[in-house]
Design a protein around this ligand. Structure first.
Ligand code: MN
Ligand code: MN
Length: 266
């Protein structure tokens, strides 16, 4: 069981391909989490109110620009030195590559469980190898994990299918869903949750609406089924500028609670 969980804001959306907005994600998620609209009990039974670090506001000191992207790994590393397990609040999905690099220096994840409508496996997107459409290609090239499981995918093209094959990725394309992630106690899991994995009915506040997605309950069920220690997580791609009545921020906050609760008991 971890001694503390640090929630770390990554206000960055300079690598978004379509719309900006996710840089405002961290503050929107915190606002819902700590609004008093709900308590801080996770469904796992863990009261996050009593978890060290959980309520501390930490933001990476980075610029929201191409140059700022290069600061993410080093700034994240500084926040991991106290042995806390991190939950990063994005931000667009490009941040996952430098964040996993930072986490892997002290605790390499053996498995990454990646929820997304998109596989984010482009070798390059719009002349940028670090676009939010590319992070998992970089992660696999660098062997930052042994195993990548992608769930909720529904936009794969030929190029990304080839990439998935090349890297031996476990690509679950809807309607196919894993029934058992088959993890063991020796595994160390990193969860990367792109909010567009959900059906847009649940998450209007994202940049890429991709109909036919998962329900909140589907994703909670999979997270709760993880039976191995979780060494880090990110929740990315909240775009508050498109949100309706804070609905999407509420889903993001709920996912943070369930991931954090699982971190404390897995
Ligand atoms: Mn993504
Ligand atoms: Mn996506």
């Amino acid at each position: 069981m971890p001694d503390r969980i640090n929630m770390i804001g990554v206000s960055f959306d300079a690598k978004s391909s379509f719309l900006n907005g996710p840089a405002k994600g961290p503050s929107a998620i915190r606002e819902v989490l700590f609004s008093g609209a709900s308590n801080l009990f996770s469904e796992t039974g863990v009261d996050l109110d009593s978890v060290n670090g959980f309520k501390k506001v930490i933001d990476l000191k980075i610029e929201n620009s191409d140059a700022g992207y290069l600061q993410i790994e080093g700034e994240a590393e500084k926040q991991l030195s106290d042995g806390a397990i991190p939950i990063f609040l994005g931000g667009d999905h490009s941040i996952t590559y430098p964040l996993v690099k930072a986490v892997a220096k002290s605790m390499k994840p053996t498995t990454i469980v990646h929820f997304d409508a998109h596989p984010d496996l482009y070798y390059e997107f719009e002349d940028d190898r670090f676009s939010h459409a590319c992070p998992f290609a970089r992660i696999m090239e660098d062997s930052l994990t042994d195993r990548l499981i992608q769930i909720g995918i529904r936009t794969t093209n030929d190029h990304q299918r080839q990439q998935a094959k090349k890297f031996g990725i476990e690509l679950y394309e809807l309607p196919e869903m894993p029934t058992d992630l088959d993890l063991g106690n020796n595994d160390k899991v990193y969860i990367s949750l792109d909010l567009d994995v959900f059906d847009p009915a649940f998450v209007p506040g994202i940049s890429h609406h991709e109909p036919g997605g998962l329900s909140v309950r589907d994703v909670i069920g999979i997270i709760h089924s993880i039976n191995a220690p979780i060494v880090g997580a990110d929740v990315v791609e909240l775009n508050p500028q498109r949100d309706l009545n804070g609905m999407t921020a509420a889903v993001a906050a709920k996912m943070v609670k369930e991931i954090a609760g699982k971190m404390m008991i897995a």
